[in-house]
Design a protein around this ligand. Sequence first.
Ligand code: UT7
Length: 330
Amino acid sequence: MLVDPKSRILGTGAYVPERILSNSELESIVDTSDEWITERTGIKERRVAAEGEAASDMAVAAARRALEAAGLEPGDLDMIIVGTISADMPLPACAAFVQQKLGCRSIPSFDVAAACAGFVYALSIGDQFIRSGSCKHVLVIGVELLSRVLNFKDRTTCVLFGDGAGAAVLGPAGGDGRGVLSTRLYTDATLAESLCIPGGGSREPLTRESLELARDKVHMIGGDIFKVAVKNLTSASRSALADAGLEAKDVDWVVPHQANLRIISQVAQRLELPLSQFVLNIERYGNTSSASIPIALDEAVRDGRITSGQTVLMCALGAGISWASALVRM
Ligand code: UT7
Protein backbone atom coordinates (compact mmCIF):
# COMPACT_ATOMS: atom_id res chain seq x y z
CA MET A 1 0.00 0.00 0.00
CA LEU A 2 1.48 3.31 -1.09
CA VAL A 3 1.80 5.97 1.60
CA ASP A 4 1.18 8.76 -0.89
CA PRO A 5 -0.79 7.40 -3.85
CA LYS A 6 -1.10 10.59 -5.85
CA SER A 7 0.96 11.45 -8.92
CA ARG A 8 3.56 14.16 -9.36
CA ILE A 9 4.78 16.06 -12.41
CA LEU A 10 8.27 14.68 -12.99
CA GLY A 11 9.10 16.77 -16.05
CA THR A 12 7.59 19.16 -18.59
CA GLY A 13 8.32 19.97 -22.23
CA ALA A 14 6.94 22.08 -25.03
CA TYR A 15 7.31 22.67 -28.73
CA VAL A 16 6.07 25.44 -31.01
CA PRO A 17 6.65 25.63 -34.77
CA GLU A 18 9.16 28.21 -36.02
CA ARG A 19 6.86 30.11 -38.38
CA ILE A 20 5.38 33.23 -36.78
CA LEU A 21 2.12 34.68 -38.12
CA SER A 22 1.77 38.25 -36.87
CA ASN A 23 -1.36 40.35 -36.53
CA SER A 24 -0.09 42.70 -39.24
CA GLU A 25 0.33 39.75 -41.62
CA LEU A 26 -3.27 38.73 -40.87
CA GLU A 27 -4.36 42.25 -41.87
CA SER A 28 -3.43 41.32 -45.44
CA ILE A 29 -5.45 38.07 -45.28
CA VAL A 30 -8.76 39.13 -43.63
CA ASP A 31 -10.52 42.37 -42.73
CA THR A 32 -8.96 42.83 -39.30
CA SER A 33 -6.43 45.02 -37.52
CA ASP A 34 -3.58 44.59 -35.09
CA GLU A 35 -5.42 47.07 -32.84
CA TRP A 36 -8.67 45.03 -32.75
CA ILE A 37 -6.91 41.72 -32.10
CA THR A 38 -4.62 43.17 -29.41
CA GLU A 39 -7.38 45.06 -27.57
CA ARG A 40 -10.00 42.30 -27.72
CA THR A 41 -7.75 39.31 -27.07
CA GLY A 42 -4.17 40.26 -26.06
CA ILE A 43 -2.75 38.28 -29.01
CA LYS A 44 0.09 39.78 -31.08
CA GLU A 45 1.28 36.73 -32.98
CA ARG A 46 0.83 32.95 -33.20
CA ARG A 47 2.79 29.98 -34.59
CA VAL A 48 1.89 27.98 -37.68
CA ALA A 49 3.12 24.44 -38.36
CA ALA A 50 5.27 23.77 -41.41
CA GLU A 51 3.91 21.94 -44.43
CA GLY A 52 4.22 18.23 -43.77
CA GLU A 53 4.36 18.71 -40.00
CA ALA A 54 1.65 16.74 -38.19
CA ALA A 55 0.18 17.10 -34.70
CA SER A 56 2.02 13.95 -33.58
CA ASP A 57 5.37 15.45 -34.70
CA MET A 58 4.81 18.44 -32.44
CA ALA A 59 3.55 16.20 -29.62
CA VAL A 60 6.63 13.97 -29.85
CA ALA A 61 8.99 16.99 -29.78
CA ALA A 62 7.30 18.22 -26.57
CA ALA A 63 7.22 14.69 -25.12
CA ARG A 64 10.94 14.11 -25.69
CA ARG A 65 11.71 17.30 -23.75
CA ALA A 66 9.38 16.29 -20.92
CA LEU A 67 10.94 12.81 -20.75
CA GLU A 68 14.43 14.31 -20.67
CA ALA A 69 13.41 16.66 -17.85
CA ALA A 70 11.96 13.68 -15.95
CA GLY A 71 15.12 11.63 -16.52
CA LEU A 72 13.06 8.88 -18.20
CA GLU A 73 13.09 6.99 -21.50
CA PRO A 74 10.06 6.21 -23.72
CA GLY A 75 10.38 2.60 -22.54
CA ASP A 76 9.61 3.70 -18.97
CA LEU A 77 6.10 4.88 -19.92
CA ASP A 78 2.97 2.89 -19.01
CA MET A 79 0.39 5.08 -20.76
CA ILE A 80 0.09 7.97 -23.23
CA ILE A 81 -2.88 10.36 -23.11
CA VAL A 82 -3.16 13.09 -25.73
CA GLY A 83 -5.60 15.98 -25.41
CA THR A 84 -6.32 17.12 -28.97
CA ILE A 85 -9.07 17.96 -31.45
CA SER A 86 -6.67 18.21 -34.39
CA ALA A 87 -5.15 14.72 -34.49
CA ASP A 88 -3.14 13.53 -37.51
CA MET A 89 -6.19 11.59 -38.78
CA PRO A 90 -9.77 10.94 -37.58
CA LEU A 91 -8.59 7.37 -37.01
CA PRO A 92 -6.46 6.14 -35.24
CA ALA A 93 -5.73 8.28 -32.20
CA CYS A 94 -2.92 10.85 -32.29
CA ALA A 95 -1.56 9.01 -29.24
CA ALA A 96 -0.97 5.91 -31.40
CA PHE A 97 1.36 7.92 -33.66
CA VAL A 98 3.07 9.40 -30.60
CA GLN A 99 3.68 5.86 -29.29
CA GLN A 100 4.96 4.77 -32.72
CA LYS A 101 7.38 7.71 -33.07
CA LEU A 102 8.67 7.44 -29.50
CA GLY A 103 9.13 3.68 -29.92
CA CYS A 104 7.30 2.75 -26.72
CA ARG A 105 6.10 -0.70 -25.72
CA SER A 106 2.46 -1.65 -26.47
CA ILE A 107 1.10 0.62 -23.76
CA PRO A 108 -2.46 2.03 -23.73
CA SER A 109 -2.39 5.21 -25.81
CA PHE A 110 -5.50 7.26 -26.46
CA ASP A 111 -6.82 10.74 -27.18
CA VAL A 112 -9.12 12.88 -25.07
CA ALA A 113 -11.38 15.19 -27.08
CA ALA A 114 -12.04 17.85 -24.47
CA ALA A 115 -10.83 20.71 -26.68
CA CYS A 116 -9.15 23.52 -24.70
CA ALA A 117 -9.63 21.57 -21.46
CA GLY A 118 -7.91 18.54 -23.03
CA PHE A 119 -4.60 18.79 -21.18
CA VAL A 120 -6.21 19.17 -17.76
CA TYR A 121 -8.56 16.27 -18.57
CA ALA A 122 -5.53 14.16 -19.60
CA LEU A 123 -3.66 15.16 -16.44
CA SER A 124 -6.63 14.18 -14.29
CA ILE A 125 -7.05 10.81 -16.04
CA GLY A 126 -3.31 10.08 -15.79
CA ASP A 127 -3.39 10.98 -12.11
CA GLN A 128 -6.27 8.52 -11.53
CA PHE A 129 -4.33 5.67 -13.16
CA ILE A 130 -1.31 6.36 -10.98
CA ARG A 131 -3.45 6.75 -7.83
CA SER A 132 -5.08 3.37 -8.53
CA GLY A 133 -1.67 1.75 -8.86
CA SER A 134 -2.33 0.64 -12.47
CA CYS A 135 0.41 2.83 -13.93
CA LYS A 136 3.73 4.21 -12.73
CA HIS A 137 4.60 6.70 -15.48
CA VAL A 138 2.01 8.44 -17.68
CA LEU A 139 2.82 10.84 -20.51
CA VAL A 140 0.16 13.55 -20.84
CA ILE A 141 0.18 15.84 -23.84
CA GLY A 142 -1.82 18.77 -25.14
CA VAL A 143 -1.29 19.32 -28.87
CA GLU A 144 -3.15 21.29 -31.52
CA LEU A 145 -2.51 21.99 -35.16
CA LEU A 146 -5.40 24.40 -35.46
CA SER A 147 -4.11 26.31 -38.49
CA ARG A 148 -5.31 23.34 -40.60
CA VAL A 149 -8.87 23.53 -39.23
CA LEU A 150 -9.31 27.30 -39.43
CA ASN A 151 -11.19 29.20 -42.10
CA PHE A 152 -8.81 32.01 -43.09
CA LYS A 153 -11.78 33.90 -44.55
CA ASP A 154 -13.51 34.07 -41.15
CA ARG A 155 -11.98 36.90 -39.11
CA THR A 156 -13.97 35.93 -36.01
CA THR A 157 -11.93 32.72 -35.61
CA CYS A 158 -8.76 32.70 -37.74
CA VAL A 159 -7.04 35.48 -35.77
CA LEU A 160 -7.44 33.70 -32.44
CA PHE A 161 -5.80 30.30 -32.69
CA GLY A 162 -2.28 28.92 -33.11
CA ASP A 163 -0.29 25.69 -33.26
CA GLY A 164 1.86 24.05 -30.57
CA ALA A 165 2.34 21.22 -28.11
CA GLY A 166 3.10 20.78 -24.43
CA ALA A 167 3.69 17.68 -22.34
CA ALA A 168 4.18 16.48 -18.79
CA VAL A 169 5.38 13.15 -17.44
CA LEU A 170 3.51 12.00 -14.36
CA GLY A 171 5.00 9.57 -11.88
CA PRO A 172 4.40 8.49 -8.29
CA ALA A 173 4.56 11.28 -5.69
CA GLY A 174 7.39 10.88 -3.23
CA GLY A 175 5.42 11.53 -0.04
CA ASP A 176 6.92 15.01 0.41
CA GLY A 177 3.65 16.86 -0.22
CA ARG A 178 4.36 17.51 -3.89
CA GLY A 179 1.96 16.18 -6.51
CA VAL A 180 -1.46 16.56 -8.12
CA LEU A 181 -3.53 17.76 -5.15
CA SER A 182 -6.93 17.91 -6.86
CA THR A 183 -8.61 18.00 -10.25
CA ARG A 184 -12.12 18.92 -11.38
CA LEU A 185 -13.70 18.10 -14.76
CA TYR A 186 -16.97 19.49 -16.16
CA THR A 187 -19.08 19.54 -19.35
CA ASP A 188 -22.26 21.51 -20.02
CA ALA A 189 -23.53 20.60 -23.47
CA THR A 190 -26.13 23.36 -23.73
CA LEU A 191 -23.56 25.35 -25.74
CA ALA A 192 -22.20 22.36 -27.69
CA GLU A 193 -22.87 24.01 -31.07
CA SER A 194 -21.37 27.38 -30.08
CA LEU A 195 -17.87 26.10 -30.78
CA CYS A 196 -17.61 23.22 -33.22
CA ILE A 197 -16.35 21.82 -36.50
CA PRO A 198 -19.79 20.94 -37.90
CA GLY A 199 -18.79 18.90 -40.96
CA GLY A 200 -16.61 15.89 -41.58
CA GLY A 201 -18.01 13.69 -38.82
CA SER A 202 -20.71 11.03 -38.96
CA ARG A 203 -23.50 13.60 -38.60
CA GLU A 204 -22.49 15.60 -41.64
CA PRO A 205 -20.11 13.79 -44.02
CA LEU A 206 -18.29 16.23 -46.28
CA THR A 207 -19.59 17.09 -49.72
CA ARG A 208 -18.21 19.49 -52.31
CA GLU A 209 -20.87 22.02 -51.20
CA SER A 210 -20.08 21.72 -47.50
CA LEU A 211 -16.35 22.12 -48.20
CA GLU A 212 -17.12 25.36 -50.03
CA LEU A 213 -19.01 26.50 -46.92
CA ALA A 214 -15.97 25.59 -44.77
CA ARG A 215 -18.06 23.16 -42.69
CA ASP A 216 -14.80 21.26 -42.00
CA LYS A 217 -13.38 24.30 -40.18
CA VAL A 218 -13.84 25.80 -36.70
CA HIS A 219 -17.09 27.73 -36.20
CA MET A 220 -17.48 29.78 -33.02
CA ILE A 221 -19.97 32.16 -31.48
CA GLY A 222 -17.31 33.75 -29.29
CA GLY A 223 -19.69 35.87 -27.22
CA ASP A 224 -21.60 32.75 -26.01
CA ILE A 225 -18.38 31.20 -24.73
CA PHE A 226 -17.06 34.43 -23.22
CA LYS A 227 -20.23 34.84 -21.11
CA VAL A 228 -19.76 31.53 -19.29
CA ALA A 229 -15.95 31.36 -19.33
CA VAL A 230 -15.20 33.75 -16.47
CA LYS A 231 -17.87 32.30 -14.17
CA ASN A 232 -16.99 28.64 -14.84
CA LEU A 233 -13.22 29.08 -14.69
CA THR A 234 -13.53 30.91 -11.39
CA SER A 235 -15.85 28.36 -9.78
CA ALA A 236 -13.80 25.38 -11.05
CA SER A 237 -10.67 26.98 -9.62
CA ARG A 238 -12.37 27.54 -6.27
CA SER A 239 -13.59 23.92 -6.20
CA ALA A 240 -10.11 22.50 -6.89
CA LEU A 241 -8.75 24.71 -4.11
CA ALA A 242 -11.49 23.68 -1.67
CA ASP A 243 -10.89 19.97 -2.44
CA ALA A 244 -7.29 20.44 -1.31
CA GLY A 245 -8.29 22.54 1.71
CA LEU A 246 -6.61 25.61 0.22
CA GLU A 247 -7.61 29.14 -0.77
CA ALA A 248 -6.59 31.35 -3.67
CA LYS A 249 -4.09 33.17 -1.45
CA ASP A 250 -2.18 29.86 -1.07
CA VAL A 251 -1.47 29.71 -4.80
CA ASP A 252 1.96 30.73 -6.10
CA TRP A 253 1.10 30.65 -9.81
CA VAL A 254 -1.97 30.31 -11.97
CA VAL A 255 -1.42 28.75 -15.39
CA PRO A 256 -4.67 29.53 -17.20
CA HIS A 257 -5.82 28.49 -20.65
CA GLN A 258 -4.75 31.32 -22.96
CA ALA A 259 -7.94 32.12 -24.90
CA ASN A 260 -8.42 35.79 -24.17
CA LEU A 261 -6.51 38.17 -21.88
CA ARG A 262 -9.82 39.80 -20.89
CA ILE A 263 -11.16 36.44 -19.65
CA ILE A 264 -7.95 35.78 -17.70
CA SER A 265 -8.00 39.30 -16.17
CA GLN A 266 -11.60 38.88 -15.00
CA VAL A 267 -10.82 35.45 -13.47
CA ALA A 268 -7.85 37.06 -11.67
CA GLN A 269 -10.14 39.78 -10.29
CA ARG A 270 -12.71 37.27 -9.07
CA LEU A 271 -10.07 35.09 -7.42
CA GLU A 272 -8.57 38.29 -5.94
CA LEU A 273 -5.14 37.43 -7.30
CA PRO A 274 -2.87 39.89 -9.13
CA LEU A 275 -2.35 39.25 -12.85
CA SER A 276 1.39 39.13 -12.09
CA GLN A 277 0.77 35.69 -10.55
CA PHE A 278 -0.62 34.40 -13.86
CA VAL A 279 1.69 32.77 -16.40
CA LEU A 280 0.82 34.50 -19.68
CA ASN A 281 2.04 33.87 -23.21
CA ILE A 282 -1.12 34.54 -25.22
CA GLU A 283 0.65 37.54 -26.80
CA ARG A 284 3.14 35.20 -28.53
CA TYR A 285 1.14 32.05 -29.25
CA GLY A 286 -2.56 32.98 -29.31
CA ASN A 287 -5.01 30.28 -28.30
CA THR A 288 -3.36 26.87 -28.80
CA SER A 289 -6.34 25.09 -27.19
CA SER A 290 -5.23 22.00 -25.27
CA ALA A 291 -1.56 22.95 -25.72
CA SER A 292 -1.80 26.35 -24.07
CA ILE A 293 -1.49 25.27 -20.42
CA PRO A 294 1.39 22.80 -20.85
CA ILE A 295 3.33 25.27 -23.05
CA ALA A 296 2.93 28.03 -20.45
CA LEU A 297 3.72 25.63 -17.61
CA ASP A 298 6.90 24.46 -19.30
CA GLU A 299 8.03 28.02 -20.04
CA ALA A 300 7.58 29.07 -16.43
CA VAL A 301 9.35 25.95 -15.12
CA ARG A 302 12.30 26.39 -17.50
CA ASP A 303 12.75 30.12 -16.88
CA GLY A 304 12.70 29.55 -13.12
CA ARG A 305 9.44 31.30 -12.26
CA ILE A 306 7.81 28.06 -11.08
CA THR A 307 10.05 26.24 -8.62
CA SER A 308 9.88 22.98 -6.71
CA GLY A 309 7.33 22.97 -3.89
CA GLN A 310 5.25 25.84 -5.30
CA THR A 311 1.49 25.51 -5.67
CA VAL A 312 0.18 25.91 -9.22
CA LEU A 313 -3.47 26.26 -10.24
CA MET A 314 -4.49 25.39 -13.80
CA CYS A 315 -7.88 26.13 -15.35
CA ALA A 316 -9.21 25.80 -18.89
CA LEU A 317 -12.49 26.04 -20.80
CA GLY A 318 -13.42 25.34 -24.39
CA ALA A 319 -15.71 23.47 -26.80
CA GLY A 320 -18.28 21.14 -25.31
CA ILE A 321 -18.37 23.32 -23.40
CA SER A 322 -15.90 21.44 -21.26
CA TRP A 323 -13.85 22.99 -18.54
CA ALA A 324 -11.46 21.78 -15.89
CA SER A 325 -9.13 22.79 -13.09
CA ALA A 326 -6.13 21.21 -11.42
CA LEU A 327 -4.10 22.11 -8.37
CA VAL A 328 -0.54 20.84 -8.38
CA ARG A 329 2.32 21.18 -5.92
CA MET A 330 5.38 21.13 -8.15
O1 UT7 B 1 -10.53 28.58 -26.24
C1 UT7 B 1 -11.77 28.17 -26.68
C2 UT7 B 1 -12.83 28.92 -26.00
N1 UT7 B 1 -13.04 30.16 -26.67
C3 UT7 B 1 -13.05 31.30 -26.00
O2 UT7 B 1 -12.84 31.30 -24.80
C4 UT7 B 1 -13.39 32.52 -26.77
C5 UT7 B 1 -14.28 33.40 -25.94
N2 UT7 B 1 -14.69 34.59 -26.70
C6 UT7 B 1 -13.85 35.61 -26.94
O3 UT7 B 1 -12.69 35.58 -26.56
C7 UT7 B 1 -14.42 36.83 -27.62
O4 UT7 B 1 -15.82 36.71 -27.70
C8 UT7 B 1 -13.84 37.06 -29.04
C9 UT7 B 1 -12.39 37.49 -28.97
C10 UT7 B 1 -13.97 35.80 -29.88
C11 UT7 B 1 -14.61 38.20 -29.74
O5 UT7 B 1 -14.54 39.36 -28.96
P1 UT7 B 1 -15.86 40.20 -28.64
O6 UT7 B 1 -15.43 41.37 -27.86
O7 UT7 B 1 -16.83 39.24 -28.01
O8 UT7 B 1 -16.30 40.66 -30.07
P2 UT7 B 1 -17.68 40.37 -30.81
O9 UT7 B 1 -17.72 38.97 -31.27
O10 UT7 B 1 -18.80 40.90 -29.97
O11 UT7 B 1 -17.51 41.31 -32.07
C12 UT7 B 1 -17.42 42.74 -31.93
C13 UT7 B 1 -17.21 43.34 -33.30
C14 UT7 B 1 -18.18 42.80 -34.36
O12 UT7 B 1 -18.49 43.86 -35.22
P3 UT7 B 1 -19.90 44.64 -35.08
O13 UT7 B 1 -20.94 43.59 -35.27
O14 UT7 B 1 -19.89 45.23 -33.70
O15 UT7 B 1 -19.83 45.65 -36.18
C15 UT7 B 1 -17.34 41.80 -35.10
O16 UT7 B 1 -17.76 41.62 -36.43
O17 UT7 B 1 -15.89 43.01 -33.76
C16 UT7 B 1 -15.98 42.43 -35.06
N3 UT7 B 1 -14.88 41.50 -35.23
C17 UT7 B 1 -13.69 41.83 -35.71
N4 UT7 B 1 -13.20 43.00 -36.13
C18 UT7 B 1 -11.92 43.02 -36.55
C19 UT7 B 1 -14.90 40.17 -34.93
N5 UT7 B 1 -13.69 39.65 -35.20
C20 UT7 B 1 -12.93 40.66 -35.70
C21 UT7 B 1 -11.60 40.73 -36.15
N6 UT7 B 1 -11.14 41.93 -36.55
N7 UT7 B 1 -10.78 39.68 -36.17
